[in-house]
Each structure stands twice: as C-alpha cells, then as structure tokens.
Design a protein around this ligand. Structure first.
Ligand code: HGY
Ligand code: MN
Ligand code: MN
Length: 415
C-alpha cells in the first residue's frame, strides 16, 4: 500500500476538518480550548467523534470510562490500537490529543478503504482522559483499560467545585461502579500520534519524531499552614506567613531542577492562597510541584530533596506541612520493534525523522507497561503547547498519517 497524491489531498482535508470541528467543543478565549473530562464540551466532542468513526465504516464502542473506540474487525481478535486523548488542559491548544485521534481515524479509514479487512483487528482510540486537568486522576482512561482504577476512587477524586469524578460520570449516563469493565487484555500494539510539544523537530527541519523513551513525571501537592491575620498589626517577627514559605518552596523547586541541569524540570503551575485578601496575612497555601526526568533514580532523588527542603523551611518558619502525591508515571522505553516499524514506514514514505525522547507525559508510558507501545511525533510551531497558539502544519500531519497508516498496515495486515 502507498499514499497517492489524491490520498494526501483527501487526508489533509479530512484531518483539517476533524481538528477544526473538535476545537469548537470547549473553545476558550484567544482561540484556545478548554475541554475537561466529562464536561458538556467533552461529551459533545465524543459525540462528534462517534459520528466520524461511524461514517468511516467502523464499529463504534464506548467503554465504562467513556472512552470511544472505532473498530475494524480482523480475522483475529487481537487489537492493534492507535489514537490519543480527547480532554485538554485549561486554556490549551487544539492539537494536543485531538490531532492524534483525528490522525488515527483517518489512517484506519484509509486502510479500510484501501486494504479491506485486516488479519488483526484495528481500533481507533479516543481516550476519555489524560491531562489530570479537572481531577487528579493520573491517566484515567488508560488506567481504566489496564484495570488499575482502585475501588472507591470514583468517590474520592473531586474537582475544584467539589464534584466527584463518579458524579461527573453519572451525569453523562456512565456507571462508575462498572468502571472495572473497561479493562481489556486483547491489545497487542498501541501507536500514538502526537505533536512533540517541544522545538526539536522544527529546529532540525524533520517531519517525524520516533519516540523511544518517555519522561517520568511526578506531581506532589504541598499544603502549608501558618497563621492568618491583619497585615498591619502583626509584627514581622511574630508572623507565620504561609505564602512566603510557599514562595521559598517554589524557588527551591526551580533551583533543584536548574542545578541538576537538562532534562530535569520542575514547575509550580497551580497555587492557592487563603484567605486571599490584600491586607490579610496568608494562613494557608496549597501548591503542586510538577517535576520530571528521563531517569527514574534521578526523579526519586528530586522527590526526596523536595520533601526535605519543604520540611526544613516549614520548621524554620513555624509552618505545618502536609505532602501528598497528586500523580505519577514512570519513565519508560517504548517498544523497539514498533520504533523500527515506524522508521521503516518513514523510509517508505520518504520523510525525514529521528529518534527522540518525549519530555511530555503520555498514555503510551503507562500502556507500555502492559502491551508494546510507541509514539510518533509531529513538529509544532515554535514547540508551543498547552496554550491557545499551539499549532501543527498540515503538510507534516498528512505525512504523519501516511507513516502511521503504513505502520498499522505492517502490524494488522502483514502480521
Ligand atoms: O503533562 C503532560 O506532559 C501531559 O500533557 N499530560
Ligand atoms: Mn497535554
Ligand atoms: Mn497530550
């Protein structure tokens, strides 16, 4: 099989159309997207995706966590899966996740029309949740597929408004008590197309990144409690100011990552101050430190050092401290055989590529613990992502669909 010029034109129009229509679900200020799991915008996006998958001639299924699948039944039940996530961060872009779903849908549609019934079964995945942007659910859709959601979790995880993830699921007609039914053991390969979310491919003028390793990511939630009070009448020496303590912790995280050097990173993107008045000494602060490294040992060392520095500054400032993990996934190597297949497809498609690590977290790093998984990256403008002006070039996207389709063909037709 090979893409004709007509195929490229058709695929470009189709992906462009799918991405454009998805970005309408959860459109936020400045052209961005806020599509949080189990929100109305998310439900509308999933309904739209069901329509695409149906019109592509695929059998549409919804699992107990709300993920959607477009299935092209093969002679055998083993599943070759490709796709990405439908949820977004707050004020994110239109390509993170959504582009991968659109590319996988187009690739499988093309294969159905060009190569007919596969030997192994092909499935497009529209994963319900990856970002942990509404609930601290740590790759909810993938954990559901792996049967890793713990009993009672649906009643524990709450969003900023206090709504549990179980309530949010029930509001859409899903049944939280049945989430264990999402577990599956029939997948033999997973390939996720995604934008790089970094500057490397664009800087090197390459079309495809074959991802061979995904960074380990951890988030710790720190709560500092001091003493609230009047900004004018409490002498500085008598204060237990939770926010100045938190500020010291924020800078400690930055210094830790800087001292370690690339690829170590540490970020505090979320911080809440109480009571929050300009003339009130902060009594309570909670913040989350997101930190990453490709080497698990270094990542563990970063966690130890962060906890140690937090305890030390809290003691010195008379603050109470509590720390709890918010999410975490290990650094993993992706599947060597799938990477080689992706590279062979790049050669056949005549595109320039290179192997590279992912410094963003992805479902593939968790799914890889259960079945062979790989990712193909596309350049994104200026490496910008998790912001409204995130953008991928459609010429690159079309080549990506071609590389993906050739790889899925190797896996599902030539198996
Ligand atoms: O945070 C990440 O790397 C991913 O976007 N969830
Ligand atoms: Mn993301
Ligand atoms: Mn993503």
């Amino acid at each position: 099989v090979a893409f004709s010029t007509a195929d490229r034109v058709a695929v470009r129009a189709m992906v462009d159309d799918l991405v454009a229509s998805l970005r309408g679900h959860g459109a936020s200020a400045g052209g961005g997207v806020t599509r949080l799991v189990y929100s109305q915008a998310w439900a509308a996006a999933m309904a739209e995706i069901e329509g695409w998958l149906g019109s592509a001639g695929l059998e549409v299924r919804v699992d107990a966590a709300g993920s959607r699948f477009g299935r092209l039944a093969g002679e055998r039940p083993q599943v070759v899966m490709s796709g990405s996530h439908v949820d977004s961060v707050v004020g994110g872009g239109a390509y993170d996740g959504a582009l991968g779903v659109a590319m996988a849908a187009c690739a499988v549609r093309w294969l159905r029309e060009t190569a007919g019934r596969p030997r192994l079964t092909l499935e497009v995945l529209a994963n319900c949740e990856e970002e942990s942007s509404r609930f601290a659910c740590n790759f909810w859709g993938s954990r559901a597929m792996l049967g890793l959601i713990r009993p009672g979790e649906c009643d524990l995880l709450r969003d900023a408004d206090g709504v549990t993830i179980g309530e949010a699921m029930s509001a859409l007609g899903l049944v939280p008590d049945r989430i264990a039914e999402a577990r599956r053991d029939d997948v033999c390969a997973y390939v996720e197309p995604h934008i790089e979310q970094g500057p490397l491919l664009e800087r090197l003028g390459l079309t495809i990144g074959v991802v061979d390793r995904v960074v380990g990511v951890r988030q710790l939630r720190f709560e500092l409690r001091g003493e609230a009070g009047h900004a004018g009448t409490i002498p500085m020496a008598a204060r237990r100011d939770a926010l100045t303590g938190a500020a010291e912790l924020v800078l400690a995280g930055e210094a830790l990552a800087r001292d370690l050097g690339q690829p170590a990173v540490a970020t505090v993107g979320a911080l809440r101050v109480e009571p929050g008045g300009a003339n009130q000494v902060p009594g309570r602060v909670d913040l989350t430190v997101d930190f990453r490294h490709v080497d698990e040992r270094v990542l563990a060392g970063m966690e130890e050092e962060l906890r140690r520095r937090a305890a030390a500054l809290a003691a010195a400032r008379g603050l109470e401290l509590s720390v709890e993990p918010r999410l975490g996934q290990r650094a993993v190597d992706l599947d060597g055989r799938l990477c080689a297949l992706l590279e062979a497809s790049c050669r056949r498609a005549g595109v320039r590529w290179q192997r590279m690590p992912s410094h963003a977290g992805h479902d593939a790093q968790l799914l890889a613990t259960r079945w062979p998984s790989a990712m193909l990256f596309l350049p994104c403008a200026g490496g910008r992502s998790h912001r409204p002006d995130e953008r991928a070039d459609m010429d690159d996207v079309v080549r990506g669909v071609e590389v993906l389709a050739l790889t899925l063909h190797e896996l599902a037709y030539e198996a």
